[in-house]
Design a protein around this ligand. Structure first.
Ligand code: ATP
Length: 382
């Protein structure tokens, strides 16, 4: 068991162009992150934001351009990947095609001339850990296994070495939706049982929520926020995080402070004096953010409700909900959440109300959060 600490990590890739010039990619920028002993951090972010590079730096497959990687108290920058006590599973499992699953699991030990009985015992314990049906896979080669089965073998190959750190890079992304769901839960059980320090790269928010004790949101090589899902969801630090975390995503609308109101195109919201004071300046360019679940609607007009027309209806039986998309004045799109048995149709008028206690307000220029539901981010009150 070990704590992983990343200190001021920077990674710059340099590529020589045919013209002789050198092009630089700043893949990681001043990353500071601690993965506590036994904790799983799930890192999410758009394609190319540096998730895999960060994992490869922890693994020792990439050297940081600057900064230090600590395992416990020790700086491991110079330690070879094979000596770091890590277990890695990538998206493409890269099993040895000529070995049966058992051979894939035991390869590492055969190489180190561990006794047959000990290897057999380790394979047995690993098979037990990986649960029902795993034994049957041991005598098959990768070509005789489905994607999901190969994925379990790859996990087995990682676990059997009893790593002190798991590094998982999109390990479920080759699986179909159903298998992915099952394997996600299996993996969760496994992580809970082993309590191994884990760094989990994914672009799938559901995976991140299920598996991550904390979630790190990255953008352009920079960690934007690290916190448990609920905290990030309720109190995102900026517009990027607010939009990235939450499904369907938060929608933004331009608003202006006028006295104790936020006025947008075709609507206005009463706010408290406290919120108005924090915003401070009526000239400040603001974006209002509201999550679909915080827009209420009625089928008939009531005071404070605005008429809008439904554009699209998206039923999500899994969530027991229908999402209703609508626009204000053509340009501003928003979403509200209805019960699955909602009987309205596209083109119908509904009447919406924004819950003032659940609104988010952002500075449109810096994109920083000013107010997130019940929390005021006073540092933005410049
Ligand atoms: P994805 O979700 O698409 O896998 P990612 O968040 O894992 O993306 P990385 O693979 O870490 O992103 O890449 C981060 C940036 O570094 C990208 O701009 C990528 O093109 C660049 N990059 C990664 N590896 C190299 C390399 N070996 N040489 C040059 N540039 C690289």
């Amino acid at each position: 068991m070990v704590t992983v600490r990343l200190e001021n990590i920077e990674k710059v890739f340099e590529q020589k162009l045919p013209t002789g010039e050198v092009s630089k990619v700043f893949a990681l920028n001043n990353i500071n992150l601690t993965i506590n002993d036994g904790e799983t951090i799930a890192v999410v972010g758009p394609s190319g934001c540096g998730k895999s590079t960060l994992l490869r730096v922890i693994a020792g497959l990439e050297r940081p351009t600057n900064g230090n990687v600590y395992f416990g108290e020790k700086i491991v920058n110079e330690v070879e990947p094979k000596d770091r006590g890590i277990g890695i599973v990538f998206q493409n499992y890269a099993l040895y095609p000529h070995y049966k699953s058992k051979g894939n699991l035991s390869f590492f030990f055969k190489l180190r001339k561990v006794k047959e009985e000990e290897i057999d015992e380790r394979v047995r314990v690993t098979a037990e850990t990986l649960g029902v049906g795993f034994e049957e896979l041991l005598n098959r080669k990768p070509g005789q296994l489905s994607g999901g089965q190969q994925q379990r073998v790859a996990l087995g190959r990682c676990i059997i070495k009893e790593p002190t750190i798991f590094l998982l890079d999109e390990p479920l992304s080759n699986l179909d939706a159903k298998l992915r769901e099952r394997t996600r839960i299996e993996l969760k059980r496994l992580l809970r049982r082993f309590k191994v320090t884990t760094f989990y790269v994914t672009h799938d928010q559901v995976e991140a929520v299920t598996l991550g004790d904390r979630i790190a949101v990255m953008k352009s090589g920079v960690i934007q926020q690290v916190a448990p899902y609920n905290e990030i969801y309720r109190h995102p630090i900026n517009m990027f995080v607010a939009n990235f975390i939450g499904l369907p995503p938060m929608k933004f609308m331009d608003v202006q402070l006028k006295g104790k109101k936020l006025v947008g195109e075709g609507f206005e919201i009463e706010i408290s004096s406290e919120v108005a004071n924090v915003i401070g300046n009526e000239d400040r360019k603001l974006a209002l953010g509201i999550r679909p679940e915080n827009i209420q609607f009625k089928m008939t007009q009531e005071a404070g409700y605005y008429p809008v027309k439904i554009d699209v209806i998206e039923p999500l039986p899994n969530e027991g909900a229908k999402y209703l998309f609508f626009s204000f004045k053509e340009s501003v799109e928003a979403i509200t959440k209805a019960d699955l048995n909602f009987e309205g149709n596209v083109g119908d008028t509904i009447y919406v109300w924004f819950d003032p206690a659940k609104i988010y307000v952002f500075d449109k220029e810096t994109e920083e959060t000013i107010v997130a539901q019940d929390k005021v981010f006073s540092f933005t009150n410049a």
